[in-house]
Design a protein around this ligand. Sequence first.
Ligand code: G4P
Length: 526
Amino acid sequence: MKYIPEIQRRKTFAIISHPDAGKTTLTEKFLLFGGAIQTAGAVKSNKIKKHATSDFMEIERQRGISVATSVMTFEYRDHLINLLDTPGHKDFAEDTFRTLTAVDSVVLVVDSVNGVEEQTRRLMEVIAMRKTPVIVYINKMDRDGKNRFDLLEEIEKELPIRLHPMTVPINSGKDFKGVYDLSKKRLVLFSPGSKAEDVLEISDLHTDALDRAIGEKDAAVLREDVELLEGVYGQLNVNDYLSGDIAPVFYGSAINNFGVKEMLDTFIDIAPTPRPRETTSRLVKPEEEKFSGFIFKIHANLDPKHRDRIAFLRVCSGKFSRNKYYRHVRLEKDVRFTNPYSFMARQKDVIEEAYPGDVVGLFDTGNFKIGDTLTEGESFYFTGIPSFSPEIFKEVSNKDPMKTKQLEKGLNQLTDEGVAQLFTQFGGNKKIIGCVGELQFEVIQYRLLQEYGASVQMNALPFYKACWITSKDPKKLLDFTRFKQANIAEDKDGHLVYLAQSEWFLQTERTNNPDIEFHFTSEIHK
Ligand code: G4P
């Protein structure tokens, strides 16, 4: 229990959005508030630097896409906040999904002009599945966006979530005048580029001060809006937020640093501290004396000259200490880390200790897989770290028979990192790679050649989903597997998957085989 003050200080979250909605800008504003950076533009320039030194691979530099997921730590109001960055590019969605398993809450940025976009929908499905608490930030109110209420309706209709507006915007675009904060009962006025916030405490909206501040017409609309919203929504029930049922909503303009502080303050007030986590044997509470944690991401090739990898460890309970031996549950061996480090974007600092909620970078030479657990001796795995069905499938063929071993090793290591999923044709040895996006195939092909010297050819396969199949009746499963052999493969852990050519085929098989269960996700550990 002695770690409770450390645990209660921490909040670990991710900002998610469709690319271009303003995630980077908002991240930067958070870091400025936290004093972690001093000048605007620092996060962006970091992005550029990343490409320039490019570390990871040529593809990234050429395409200008940040593949990296890093962790930024800053302090705000005596809290220690770990912000896990997620790659915006849709082809790396799997990476983002994994990162979501390591956070306790998320902030979702929605562009007021474009509303809900594809990428957001998919991420929200994962969040809803995990019941992760969400705060929504509707960005770019300085642009002529959708009607404020239409946006709320659209978000509620499109995403599996109920909303609770915390602020009411006054117009948008060039007429944007600011927001009224419903809980703090104050008007926050918008002046583009201004550093200090112009705040008017207005508890009674019928005061003339409101008309003077925003004009009679807008004051009248605001009064109506507030009456309506208060009638419909009332006070936010924090427990509904914490259970992932209701998401508070803020309107703002990240680039103008507007509406950011309101949200950050609310975040500090209500966002969960590190939560207990389910494992294969029991619920692990953060305040337990003994350390435990899991690997949610593996980042390869920080230095292209070495084939080194960084495994991202989320601490779940107890205290992690440098140089102490911990149990690597899957390998059944004790391991210790002489140079564990914390992240501040790219700067690495060796750390002595870390607490629940923290993310530690562990230098790895190939011992880790996504989902691996470290403990002080106990054997369990954290659950809820799923694999998602890939959407594009390709058969890998070796162009150089002399490099079969290298290819095998490369495929294994890259798929351990979670870059892609590897399937082996049932009853054969055809290797099939499944990814979420085309770009990942290029990454794999490039890395197999650069790092393992293996040259491969990839041929597209006509599948659209991989469904993990199970049945209560082992005989039925075996029959189905034999009968549908051309569509059956095994994943890396030996679980059976049915590769469906189309939705129609999948539905047909479902109807014809009521004893077989088809799953779109597979738990790494059950
Ligand atoms: P992302 O990380 O989600 O991909 O988005 P990012 O923050 O990079 O923002 C995407 C673009 O939207 C950037 O413009 C950024 O300046 C702009 N933006 C962010 N917040 C706001 C806002 O509140 N209002 C308006 N009008 N624009 C906003 P860019 O031209 O792509 O990049 P830059 O040249 O400004 O860096």
